[in-house]
Ligand binder design. Sequence first.
Ligand SMILES: [Zn+2]
Length: 165
Amino acid sequence: MASSSQPLVCPSCAEPHPLDARFCRLCNMPLVYAGSLGVGGAITERHERARKIKPQYAEGDLVRAAGAHNQAEAEFIQGLLLEEGVPSTLQRTRGFDVPDMPAAGPRDVMVPASGYAAARDVLLQAEFVSDERPASTPPARLLAGLLAGCAIVALIAWIGTELMG
Ligand SMILES: [Zn+2]
């Protein structure tokens, strides 16, 4: 089997590489293990994926586009990105290694820098990332509410002492 001598594969063009290679010799993408792109060396599936990837989204350093709670969600996100032509690889989120459970733990979905904007668009539409607007009560209003609550409690206590006196 060819895949045993060339266990690495380019996530962009599906070119197989030997284990000592780090980047694709054709398009310079960081290489990933062939198994992570489709177990069993499904060449047709890999080519199908590679066909969808837009070369303009496959350039630059890997940057974190999203976080997933687990491997399944991460692969789902990868699928969404691939539909838009953005290649991606998964990394275990630092500090959350669970050695006994390879499929557990959060993942970072990494995309090439040139595909980052497109990836964020996809993920925003799919509501996998927030657009950084505060979702509910802003902290300032929350604080004001707390202070008002304290004032009322103080007022009641004051009225209480006045009545007692
Ligand atoms: Zn390549």
